[in-house]
Design a protein. Sequence first.
Length: 313
Amino acid sequence: MRKFYVFTLFLIFSAISVSAQRNLSPISIVPDKSVAVLRVNWTEVRGSEKLKKIVNGDGFVKIGSQIGVSETKVSEWVIFSDVNPTSSRGLGIIVSGNFTSQSVIQFAKSKDWKAEKIGAGTAYLNPSDNSYLLPIRNGLVAAGTKPGMEKVQSVLSKKIAGLITKAPFSSMWTEVNASRQPVSFMIGVPQEYQKVGEIAYKVASKLMNLASFGILGTVMETIGFVNCFGFNVSHKESVYPTQMFAMMDSETKAWIASGALNLLKKAPAAIGTQPRNEEERKGFEALQTLSASYKGVLLSVKINMPESVMNRP
């Protein structure tokens, strides 16, 4: 009877382990030392030229061809970065979809890429750019720098935690992911870097061209990068409905920022400013859709970004 119970417990724990592996998602294995994450639901974004533009979708298609995965078989991809805005040392991409590990391995072998052990896994070195390709399981593959892949492997082996299991990203991810929009972004600056907020902006710009986000960049500068910042984006008709979140240092700062942003949309009329061109006119109109609120230290901002402003060259 005792052997039966032991055998039953073994089956239960085995089933739990298999289930956990199957439930792996790209965001769940982003290393905890990352400071910026861009998540793209490629199933939705693939069919939208507007959304593809803001996440450099054409660039991702090229990446897919370089790791042996057709973009038509990809459902989601996540890019992560470390705190260094001038280096790609901690940069990586994790891709999920309908493909097999064997097909990825065969692709690497067909290129004569050298196999190299990284933790318990085997990665393949692309000599053209010294990047590493790390097949994880069927439907999940990672690629990037060697340090980036070592960290991913450490998450898989539970030597280090995943990013979204630790504050402040855990709370931010709950907010950003709640509405399941096609494009999500998060950035958090470690405590030792809190006094150099410009680093956060540069890291964010490494993943997305924030300069092309027009008013979004203005709002981000107004809020500042305090603890953690995130936003999600979708597309509807001629606008990009955008929701931003910021974890402020205190409820007082959240209250002040909320008030400042709600006043921001009244600023042009208050000082009698007239738009100088069509782009500014649409920018002023976008400000009228802005609404800010707060709950505790969490600041929430909603705004409808016009296509002409969002995709500014």
